[in-house]
Design a protein around this ligand. Structure first.
Ligand code: SIN
Length: 483
């Protein structure tokens, strides 16, 4: 069992720590060795309804706070997250598996949304528009949308919560969070710090549950919830969108990806290898923006792949709590089985295995970094989000061909490319049908930029000045008889 001053194992509703009404609890395990680290209250739709009611009552108060008061409270929350960064990161590594250094990075990344939106709270400006006749004046104000349902994933158990909750609270909304059942402890630890920070009762609520679909239906169907923000698979995102239709909710979806990573013949090969290692092996390949298909110009393929193999050989695998580890466990056996099946299909269809394709002998939950060459579009690995530490190499001849191949996917989240010709950089960046493009970099995530996709990767943006727009509605006031 995990011990931590920030460990909370009950739901957080209306400022109180509550058991499930029926007393049910579920086990949370360490993905490294499947040991049980905590048992957590397992809530259902009836308690979700109560949480929504609490959030709706709190909304009436919270929206009336001045922007600077909300900002001060959010800054307290930010400070507490930074003070407790190591402890939050330890919980995160134990329940999710990512290496401690990465977990600390996630906590700081997550906290940075709270700091940023604490400032943005004071900048939710409206407009004055010239009237359509001489006695008319037009003003536009932005108002908080209301109660938000935030449904968050296991791969970033902390930062995906703050990326939704911080702009919501800054705008004056209140939230009901449903974290992944695989990683509820990070969410509950954040709630404990929110409590200490002085976020009033009912403004932030956390519903741990194994009954994801019932709780999801309640959040989508309940007319008191005005907005759903979801990060997760495209399949579940589509379902939530359909379920939100009856109450016509505003929805933000950050869904799956199939990121191309393109290396042109004039690229700095060492930098491209470094960027690929960063984007591919972050969180053992389990992020939506991990590169999924690596296109390398045929003239540099041999050099690129030799250097890539050398770089992969330096990666340490192991327990995320141990120093120097780069790759920890996969989240669950199902994820390993999926990766295995994609690799097998590729090999059956002619791909060549250069490295990996097995689990670690010491830790069967860790998948070894894997390199496949001669990958082609008919293989499942080309069209599926891998969500594991596997690099499929695909060679190409022309710019036109590679843009077409890169875009040949229903997904449109992130894309990356390396090259030096400035005119081509513009052409390729504009031609890629993705919401985010890394140019000569594999690291694009920051609070300061709008994160989000196009096509079946979703819509809406998180972070940056655009992020707060997801949580407000515009009200136009027409002033007449101004004589
Ligand atoms: C994700 O994988 O969903 C988020 C990744 C990030 O914010 O960098």
């Amino acid at each position: 069992m995990i011990e931590s001053p920030l460990l909370r194992t009950n739901a957080y509703i209306g400022g109180e720590w509550l058991e499930a009404e029926n007393g049910k609890r579920f086990e949370v395990v360490n993905p490294l060795d499947n040991t049980v680290i905590a048992t957590v209250a397992d809530l259902s739709e009836s308690e979700t309804k109560i949480a929504i009611e609490k959030a709706a009552s709190a909304f009436e108060i919270w929206k009336g706070y001045s922007a600077s008061k909300r900002s001060r409270i959010l800054k307290n929350w930010y400070q507490l997250q930074m003070e407790h960064a190591r402890e939050l990161a330890r919980i995160l590594t134990i329940e999710q598996g990512k290496p401690l250094g990465e977990a600390i990075g996630e906590i700081r990344y997550g906290a940075s949304f709270v700091e940023w939106f604490a400032e943005e709270a004071k900048r939710i400006y409206g407009d004055v528009i010239p009237g359509h006749s001489s006695d008319k004046r037009i003003t536009v104000i932005k108002q908080p949308i209301g109660v938000v349902g935030a449904i968050t994933p296991w791969n970033f158990p902390s930062a995906m919560i703050t990326r939704k909750v911080a702009p919501a609270l800054a705008a004056g909304c209140t939230v009901v969070i449903k974290p992944s059942e695989l990683t509820p402890l990070s969410a509950l630890a954040l709630a404990e710090l929110a409590h200490q920070a002085g976020i009033p009762s009912g403004v932030l609520n956390v519903i741990p549950t194994t009954q994801a679909s019932q709780v999801g239906i309640e959040l989508c169907n309940n007319p008191m919830v005005k907005k759903i923000s979801f990060t997760g698979s495209t399949k579940v995102g589509k379902l939530l969108l359909r379920q939100s239709a009856d109450t016509v909710k505003k929805v933000t979806l950050e869904l799956g990806g199939n990121a191309p990573f393109i290396v042109f013949e004039d690229a700095d090969i060492d930098k491209a290898v470094e960027g690929l290692i960063q984007t591919k092996f972050r969180n053992a390949g389990q992020t939506c923006i991990c590169s999924n298909r690596v296109f390398v110009h045929q003239s540099i393929l041999t050099e690129f792949s030799t250097k890539l193999k050398e770089a992969i050989a330096t990666l340490q695998i192991g327990n995320g709590l141990d120093k120097g580890v780069h790759i920890g466990p996969m989240i669950e056996q199902k994820a390993i089985d999926k990766v295995d099946a994609l690799i097998q299909d590729a090999i059956d269809k002619g791909a060549e295995l250069e490295l990996g394709a097995s689990v670690s002998e010491d830790h069967p939950s860790i998948y070894m970094p894997t390199l496949l060459s001669k990958v082609s579009p008919d293989m499942d690995i080309f069209s599926n989000e891998i969500f594991g530490p596997v690099i499929p190499l695909i060679s190409f001849d022309s710019e036109h061909e590679v843009i077409q191949s890169a875009n040949a996917t229903p997904y449109g989240l992130a894309a990356y490319f390396y090259g030096r010709d400035y005119a081509r950089i513009w052409r390729v960046a504009e031609g890629l049908e993705f919401g985010m493009v890394g140019i000569n970099t594999g690291m694009i995530s920051t609070t300061l930029a709008p994160f989000g996709g196009v096509k079946e990767s979703g819509f809406g943006r998180e972070g940056s000045k655009y992020g707060i727009e997801e949580y407000v509605s515009l009200k136009y006031m027409c002033w007449g008889n101004v004589n």
